[in-house]
Design a protein around this ligand. Structure first.
Ligand code: ADP
Length: 310
């Protein structure tokens, strides 16, 4: 595979090669080394200190100009990044309002609160609602990304009943699993009374991501098992599936923002690569651990742990 610094700078940062920090550092390194040798040889040839001083001043001026360009590029990149985060946040908020009222209206129509609907109409309305739920989830994920980038995600950390939280998400996801002809089971190995310490709403988002992914990346007639168990002073939730799995060479990238594995993209076009990035951030901020084991074509187990109230 050939590395082309010109297209890399354009694609990665959207700047020309003469504004590209990596390339400029490289040039500065070469200039530094060359100037050491040049000063040595010139100093040997011309013994007058004025000449040597002039050369050293020339090289220093050159390095000063390059460092000014590098600083300017970093400032520009930081500013653009800030503008992008703000834009993301504004657009997401603007989109959320009409989508939420659309969802409310669809619920009214499906619940026949406005007037009777026949079974065929109801089916179409359910389809619309499912698409609107997906759009709302994506927008909430984007909002969470801006909150993470601007370090303003708030956590309401307190004890909550983890079995109840799982049951809630589990029953919400069961119809989707059944529609995809996938069996979804829950095994709660605790007494159902354990109080985990965390932010219940955030933890539910993580469970929703794990179960949602397991459904998305498991083929028809597949199986998903959600297990809750106590391990020392922690509670561990695992979601195991026998789906498409993750290729060995992509495992290290799974929690990166916007990353989607090659086989997942081929199997399932819908996806943003945001869910696991957000999940990792949330669980780690709550003092837990997150991870997975997976084998391509065999399946995956995604898990997280949280401390429990003693
Ligand atoms: P999305 O599912 O929207 O692409 P996520 O951040 O939730 O984004 O997941 C990132 C990637 O991790 C997925 O695109 C997929 O490659 C991989 N992945 C996550 N869960 C599973 C799973 N249960 N089985 C196989 N691959 C998975």
């Amino acid at each position: 595979m050939s590395f082309n610094p010109f297209s890399h700078c354009r694609k990665q940062y959207g700047v020309s090669i003469w504004q590209c920090p990596g390339f400029l550092f490289f040039v500065m390194g070469i200039v530094n080394i060359a100037s050491i040798f040049a000063t040595y040889f010139v100093a040997q040839k011309y013994t007058e200190p004025e000449t040597v001083i002039l050369i050293v001043m020339g090289v220093s001026a050159f390095i000063f100009v390059i460092s000014q360009i590098i600083t300017g590029t970093f400032a520009k990149l930081a500013e653009t990044n800030k503008m992008k985060t703000e834009f993301l946040s504004v657009v997401s908020h603007q989109l959320l309002t009409p989508l939420s009222s659309e969802k409310w209206l669809l619920n009214m129509l499906i619940g026949q609160k406005i007037g009777p609907v026949n079974p065929e109409q109801k089916e179409y309305l359910e389809l619309l609602k499912s698409n609107s739920d997906k759009a709302i989830k994506l927008i909430n994920d984007l909002l969470n990304i801006s909150r993470i980038e601007e370090e303003r995600m708030m956590f309401d950390k307190k004890p909550f009943n983890i079995s109840e939280a799982i049951k809630e998400v589990f029953s919400e996801q069961t119809p989707t699993a059944h529609a995809a002809k996938i069996s979804l089971q829950l095994t709660d190995e605790t007494d159902g009374k354990i109080m985990a310490i965390g932010d219940e709403e955030k933890v539910k988002i993580v469970i929703e991501n794990f179960i949602g992914n397991a459904i998305k990346y498991t083929k028809e007639n597949g199986q998903i098992v959600v297990i809750l168990r106590k391990e020392d002073d922690n509670i561990k939730l695992s979601v195991a599936d026998n789906g498409v799995g993750i290729p060995e060479n992509e495992k290290s990238l799974i929690f990166q923002k916007f990353f989607r594995s090659g086989n997942a993209k081929r199997y399932q076009t819908m996806g943003s690569g945001i869910g696991l990035y957000i999940s990792k951030y949330m669980i780690e901020k709550l003092g837990g651990k997150i991870g997975f084991e997976s084998e391509e074509e065999k399946g995956s187990v995604f898990w997280f742990t949280l401390p429990i109230k003693s």
